[in-house]
Structure formats: C-alpha cells, structure tokens
Design a protein around this ligand. Structure first.
Ligand code: ADP
Length: 259
C-alpha cells in the first residue's frame, strides 16, 4: 500500500466536510458505477457542484466511465487534488491509488483509511460528493459507511428477485448505520431493442416498485437495459452527458434526488 502511504493526509483537516451521497448495491454487476457516473454528470449539468469518489476497491471503473483512465491525481502538501474530467465532475478513484491485485486483500480499516484520502482531498467549491461504494454489504462497506457518514444512500438494483434480496441487505446496512435511504434506482429494467425501439421485460417487471413500496422507500426511477448505455459507458461518454432519451432518464432521476 506504498502509494497510499505517500499521500496519507494529516488527520486534522480544517477543510469543510462535503455532503456524501452513497451509491450502493447488494451485489456486483447491477450497474451501480454506471448509475453513479451518470447521476454525477446529470447533477453537474444542472449546475450543481458535484464530485465523484470511486470507492469500489474491487473494480474501480470510474476512470474509464469518465474518460480519465491512466490520469494520476497530484498531491499538494499530502492532499490529493481530484482529476478534472470533461464532464465538469472532478473525480478521484481507488484505482488511482492502488493496483487492483493489492486492493483485493484489503480489510475494512485499510479501505476506510484510503477512502478518507479521497473524501478529504482538495475538492475546491464542490459541495456534494457522489460516492460509488464497493458492491455488497460486508465489513468493508460497513466500516466505510460508519466512518464517513453519508447524508443518504441510493440503492441500485436490477428487477430480478435475487438482486432485490441483495438490495434489501444493502438497505439494512444503511438502516443499521442510521443513513437515510434516498431511494432505489431500478437498472436494466426492460430491454430497449435498438432495431424496433420496443421495450420488453426479460427480468420481469414491477419487482423494484413492489419492493420500494414494501420497504417504504422511494423508487427514484427505472433505467432500461440498452446496448447504447453499455457502449457509451465503455467509450467514456456517459449517456447523461448527451441529449437523447437516455440523458433525460438520468436527468429525471437526478432531479428526484432533491436538494
Ligand atoms: P456495478 O458497478 O454494479 O458492478 P457496472 O456499472 O460496472 O456495475 O455495470 C456492469 C456492466 O453493465 C457494464 O458493462 C455496464 O456498461 C453495463 N450496464 C450497466 N447498466 C446498463 C444498462 N442500463 N444497459 C446496458 N448495459 C448496462
């Protein structure tokens, strides 16, 4: 963890704390990072001073999603300076601090300490940080949440039952730590056919809505399974930065987050 040691910041910092909004999921592969990136881009496009913190030690993907792969953040007096992205969203990622094979062996306290460096970086006038948490509800997530106390959490889930059971676990983790659930985003909800434009529901329909009602948390929105979302994400051009219907979907969800 040599790289982390080099940029370890002083524990006493007088910089203002920013509002952290955690984006979490009960398991990997549900699109948590994709949703986090697009919400950050949509919020920035609506004039919010928002930064993006990629805390996903197991698969940090924000540098790729935000077209900043291979860019290393600099440090000034041991404080990290977030990387500027072309979408008006400054960003820092665990992937910029440590090699992936090292991160896999991390325990909760190590990950939390590294996250501290990302959160306490020189975020300038940024007032909100979107925090892309590692998937799942283990020790690492628990200590991260306990230490850094997000003001709220967004849970990303696919419509499948299994993912919803996992999503319920994620919700329980936040309830246990006293972090309010802002709402659920249902991702890969309905397949958008690029040929005919029709939307079908290979994973079923209505599961997230029912679960949200059941749990008493808002359903913030539904994002369809759409090849263009995968392609644009891989290319580092988040759909929310465009102006089509996919952008509108993310802007609506960002609008539902409130102030
Ligand atoms: P997680 O952060 O939950 O592990 P990712 O955001 O990395 O998930 O997404 C996993 C894969 O699914 C990526 O290849 C991503 O581009 C793709 N993906 C995510 N959401 C969608 C969607 N709505 N439509 C199509 N592909 C998606």
């Amino acid at each position: 963890v040599a790289g982390v040691e080099q940029v370890r910041i002083a524990q006493t910092t007088s910089r203002p704390r920013r509002r952290l909004i955690a984006v979490a999921s009960g398991k990997g592969g549900v699109g948590k990072s994709t949703i986090a990136a697009n919400l950050a881009v949509a919020l920035a496009a609506s004039g919010r001073k928002v930064g993006l913190v990629d805390a996903d030690i197991y698969g940090p993907s924000q540098p790729k999603l935000m077209a900043a792969e291979g860019v290393k953040p600099e440090a000034r007096e041991k404080t990290l300076i977030p990387v500027e992205t072309r979408y008006g969203v400054p960003m820092l990622s665990m992937g910029q601090l440590v090699a992936p094979d090292q991160a896999l062996a991390w325990r909760g306290p190590m990950a939390t300490s590294a996250l501290g460096q990302l959160v306490d970086a020189d975020w300038g006038d940024t007032d909100t940080l979107i925090l892309d948490l590692p998937p799942g509800t283990g020790d690492v997530q628990l200590t991260m949440v306990q230490k850094h106390k997000p003001v709220g959490a967004i849970i990303v889930s696919t419509p499948q039952d299994l993912a919803l059971i996992d999503a319920r676990r994620a919700i329980a983790l936040f309830e246990k730590t006293g972090v309010p659930i802002i709402g659920i985003v249902e991702n890969m909800a309905g397949y958008h056919c690029p040929e005919c434009g029709a939307v079908s529901d290979p994973f079923g329909r209505g599961g997230a809505e029912a679960a949200a009602n059941d749990l008493g948390v808002p359903l913030l929105g539904r994002v369809p399974l759409d090849i263009a979302i995968r392609e644009q994400s891989d290319a580092g051009t988040p759909p929310a930065a465009g102006n089509g219907d996919k952008a509108a979907t993310f802007h609506r969800i960002a609008g539902a987050l409130g102030d």
